[in-house]
Write a protein that binds this ligand. Structure first.
Ligand SMILES: [Zn+2]
Length: 222
């Protein structure tokens, strides 16, 4: 079965963006790995290594809830990935892709407000140039509540065309987000458990199903 790699900027993006799909695909027996590009901890808090460890422990806790096989941390600086040459980011990602040989990649939407999200997407597209021998046949972009919908209106709207039915896995997505309780906010904040559920219901109902995660298709070679 196809191997899948999730390329997320920060620990929590993998759950917000495609946690339900991750749980579903893993349950179906697909091998799924996740790589986190930045550590998710603001530089002002880095004097405390426990903040970093807490975020990594949360990612590990979420991994166990969703059931996927493995996660990697590339440790680029949080919210400052634009300070790192793109080539350096691409090279690290290329090495991982060459070793793991995924066929499918889920990553960020190119129009997000968050700079790390945008650079992560750009790095994926560069690292997965479809030259002969490239293992990656499918690339999908997910939405992140509090980043995708907060981008400049009209700039680059998120128009999904691929929907994953997560009706039986929404509860796992919500449970996995409890591992990241320090990142979640109370409603009516966009990054609240309440809004995550609203969004999944809305994406699902738009397609006549109970709950879904929505993606833009960057590549689909069959
Ligand atoms: Zn993020």
């Amino acid at each position: 079965m196809s191997k899948i790699l999730i390329v997320a900027a920060h620990p929590d993006d993998e759950v917000l963006g495609c946690g339900g799909s991750l749980a579903r695909l893993t349950k179906q027996g697909t091998e799924v790995h996740v790589t986190f590009m930045a550590d998710g901890v603001f530089s002002r808090n880095k004097s405390s290594p426990t903040q970093l460890n807490k975020r990594k422990l949360a990612a590990e806790k979420a991994r166990k809830i969703l059931g996927y096989q493995r996660c990697y941390f590339l440790d680029f600086p949080d919210n400052q990935m634009d300070q790192v040459p793109l080539l350096v980011i691409v090279q690290k990602l290329e090495a991982l892709i060459k070793k793991y040989q995924p066929e499918i990649i889920f990553t960020h939407f190119h129009g997000d407000l968050n700079v790390d999200h945008r650079i992560t997407q750009q790095a994926v597209m560069t690292a997965c140039r479809p030259a002969p021998g490239c293992s990656v046949k499918k690339i999908y972009g997910f939405e992140i509540p509090s980043s995708t919908e907060w981008a400049t209106p009209g700039d680059s709207p998120f128009c999904p065309t691929f929907f994953m039915d997560i009706s039986s896995f929404l509860h796992k997505k919500i449970k996995a987000l409890t591992a990241y309780s320090m990142e979640m906010r109370e409603p009516p904040h966009a990054r609240s458990l309440c809004n995550v559920e609203f969004l999944a219901r809305n994406r699902g109902h738009a397609m006549g199903i109970k709950a879904a995660e929505a993606f833009v298709v960057y590549r689909h070679v069959q």
